[in-house]
Design a protein around this ligand. Structure first.
Ligand code: EPZ
Length: 418
């Protein structure tokens, strides 16, 4: 059923909002639970479709899954015996690639379709496969399927050709039950990777150095039970911080880890937004008229690519010319054409977008094509004149729980219509 969001323009976000658990941690932690045959409890899960899909996949593999509350899950992995998850579910989310590392680690074999997910340009998994092969897996790619077999997995010294969140996590998952020591060099340092490593160690794994560019893993025989609380979602937090900055609102963003938002906080200060930072909260106050800035996306702790579209919308409000350079994904600029429908003055030159700020946007009919671009259209709708309709909101639902209710709680008139 086609759904869309209808949003009225010229609104300011006001109030306070509690941030949910991190999608990019939760979508790795649930597959990671397959590495044990015992029971695990995971709290602070976000209620997003990627999580619902993963729960269906784990159940199809034989896990017993029960919700203790809306956001906390108990999983008994004792009954898991299958190593080939249902394709129709796997194809619905990119993070299904974490099933490769965990099923290979547990069963030494896996049959799974190539991962789906957002269209941000080519999204190869050559570094994941490089790691699995180094650990001793025979990898066959045939007709869109990945089949891996390993007599046993032996620790290896793996040097990633480029910083990759997915490859770093996936190799960690495959290595925790391998024989001997694995070293991952040039590892990604995202907070979500540290969260996954903490979960693995809670189950009895021996992972050291997560959060730095060298991760060392001492293989163990088996993993046990664990309880884990997923860290707050820094991208969701950044989304509401940028919305407050762009709309000239005042929002208290709660239940966050401010350290994870250093790059966003620095950028928002640079464009003239006032921020008060607490232990687990940040208060964002903005007059709405902002300064231009240059933004370059980089792996953590650099400015996150996942907030690049939102920053682009914000910079259309800045008086002057801004530049955004996307260094992570080849084609993460599909939101530009949609923003141009609203009158945004953005020019694309290679990996950089030049934004002529200070021209008011007008509401339009927009098509979301990926998760974060879709979310940035909500911010664009709020700062523009007139009404906006956003289609393709199933992309937004993949990463943001009940997005219209969240904005509604900040005083915004927004409705989901079928
Ligand atoms: C993760 O994607 C996140 N997804 C993305 O968030 C995030 O944008 C990205 O990391 C970067 O931070 C999840 O965690 C589920 P990468 P991932 O491997 O792992 C290239 C969102 O909106 N590369 O760090 O796919 C790749 O093409 C999503 O929540 C290879 O060439 O990203 C990209 O250009 C969007 N070969 C760059 O590296 C590989 O084997 C970084 O990708 C792997 C990656």
């Amino acid at each position: 059923m086609q759904q869309c969001l209808k949003i009225y323009g010229k609104q300011k976000t006001r109030g306070s909002i509690k941030i949910n658990g991190a999608k990019n941690s939760a979508v790795a932690i649930l597959p990671a639970s397959l590495l044990t045959g015992k029971t695990v409890k995971v709290d602070n899960l976000p209620g997003i479709t990627d999580i619902h899909r993963l729960i269906e996949i784990l159940s199809a593999l034989g896990a017993k899954v029960s919700f203790r509350t809306e956001t906390s899950l108990e999983l008994n992995l004792n009954g898991v015996s299958s190593f080939s998850p249902p394709s129709e579910l796997v194809n619905q989310l990119r993070a299904s690639y974490y099933l490769m590392g965990s099923l290979l680690g547990r069963f030494k074999r896996v049959d799974i379709p190539m991962p789906g997910g957002c269209d941000l340009g080519p999204r190869p998994i050559d570094q994941h496969i490089k790691g699995f092969s180094a650990l001793g897996a025979k990898v066959n790619l045939e007709k869109g399927f990945i089949k891996m077999r390993a007599k046993k997995l032996k620790g290896a010294h793996i040097y990633l050709d480029m910083v990759s969140v997915g490859a770093t996590v996936n190799i960690m998952l495959a290595a925790v039950l391998a024989e001997g020591k694995t070293i991952i060099e040039n590892a990604a340092k995202e907070p979500e990777i540290v969260d996954v490593a903490n979960f693995l160690n809670a189950m009895g794994a021996k992972v050291r150095g997560a959060g730095t560019d060298v991760i060392k893993i001492q293989g163990v025989k088996e993993l046990g039970s664990a309880e884990h609380i997923v860290i707050p979602d820094r991208i969701e937090a950044g989304t509401f911080m940028i919305a407050a900055a762009a709309t000239g609102g005042e929002v208290l963003v709660k239940d966050i880890i401010p350290k994870h938002l250093d790059a966003i906080i620095a950028k928002l200060k640079e464009v003239g937004v006032s921020l008060e930072i607490g232990l687990d909260w940040v208060l964002v106050k903005s007059s709405g008229c902002l300064l231009p800035s240059d933004v370059k996306t980089f792996p953590y702790p650099g400015f996150p690519t996942d907030l690049q579209p939102h920053m682009m919308v914000l910079l259309t409000c800045s008086q002057g010319t801004s530049l955004i350079t996307e260094n992570i994904f080849e084609r993460r600029f599909r939101h530009i054409d949609e923003l141009k429908k609203m009158g945004a003055r953005i020019k694309l030159e290679g990996r950089s977008a030049i934004i002529e700020g200070g021209y008011e946007l007008t509401g339009a009919q927009l098509q979301a094509m990926d998760l974060r671009g879709g979310a940035s259209f909500i911010i664009a709708a709020l700062i523009s004149k007139g009404e906006t309709e956003i289609r393709g909101i199933e992309h937004i639902d993949r990463g943001y729980e009940k997005i219209e209710e969240r904005f509604h709680s900040l005083g915004i008139k927004i409705e989901r219509i079928s």
